[in-house]
Design a protein around this ligand. Sequence first.
Ligand code: 5AD
Length: 343
Amino acid sequence: MKSLIDKLFQKSILQKEEWIFLLSNRNAEIVEYAFEKARELSFQHFGNKVFARGLIEVTNYCKNNCFYCGIRAGNKKATRYRLTKEEILECCRNGNALGFKTFVLQGGEDPYITDERLVEIITAIKEAYPNNALTLSFGEKSYTSYLAYKTAGADRYLLRHETANAEHYSRLHPKNLSNIPRKQCLHDLKKIGFQTGTGFMVGSPFQTVENLAEDLMFIANFKPQMLGIGPFIPHKDTPFAHFPAGSVELTLFLLALSRLLLPNVLLPATTALGTLHPQGREKAVLAGANVVMPNLSPLHVREQYMLYNNKIATGLEAAEGVKKLAECLTAIGYQLVHERGDY
Ligand code: 5AD
């Protein structure tokens, strides 16, 4: 199995059977070896830097009904909120004062956030902070919408593919959603010139090792500039409330494999990983991750952006806790940097 990790390290490619073999037969020794090789690559490309991005959760209204997600339209127990343009700018002001050079605006697919409103927000942020990078994550939109956001000054866009397998996708989403338009969106984003991020959940219901192999192959082919991988965590008011959470260990292994596959990808230590394990971020960095995304949303809305049970948004996950986070990273030999960290 070590030879497969070596092959991946040298050539950044494996066959489907090889991915499946690695994922199914992994043991502690191989996982540790993958971490070592992943760190070696991160170090070659980024030294010991970990990039900080300030996350602003703009709206938890969503027209979609994804079975796993706590802010799905069908969850009548969710308390809904939407930040105003002024509130968003206030978050940016705070973030800028804390040194953040990237703002990530994320939200559900909220019909109120029309292209016109979003363009106005993008324009205002870019006017106030021309040197900061702006990342968007508002789901599936048309080519013309994406183009309008790019023209207004947005730099990056995150849209997880969730699962590359069409049948698995249909078990995680209602009938009106399919991963064909989603993959089209990803291609549109890249074509328009966004630094584009995709990703998937680990341990989502019905996921097989073969599905994960397909995710890795999709990523190998698409070559995203950013890649979000986190464990599935159940949310109590969703149809998947009683499914078990994904494995931290498998998530970390997938992070390492992703680093080997895409040596210079921007790879976050996700909030979901930090939620399942108190040292999730450090473990992720030691497995090849090089981005953290502390929460810059106003305190009073943080617990409303509840994608899954117990989602953390305070302490080390909060922008106010960034000093403490930097210390944790220093303790393992890494440096939290406030650079744009473009691809
Ligand atoms: N567990 C883990 N991740 C989730 N997401 C949504 N719901 C959950 C959950 N229950 C992830 C999806 C989405 C991102 C914003 O959050 O992958 O793309």
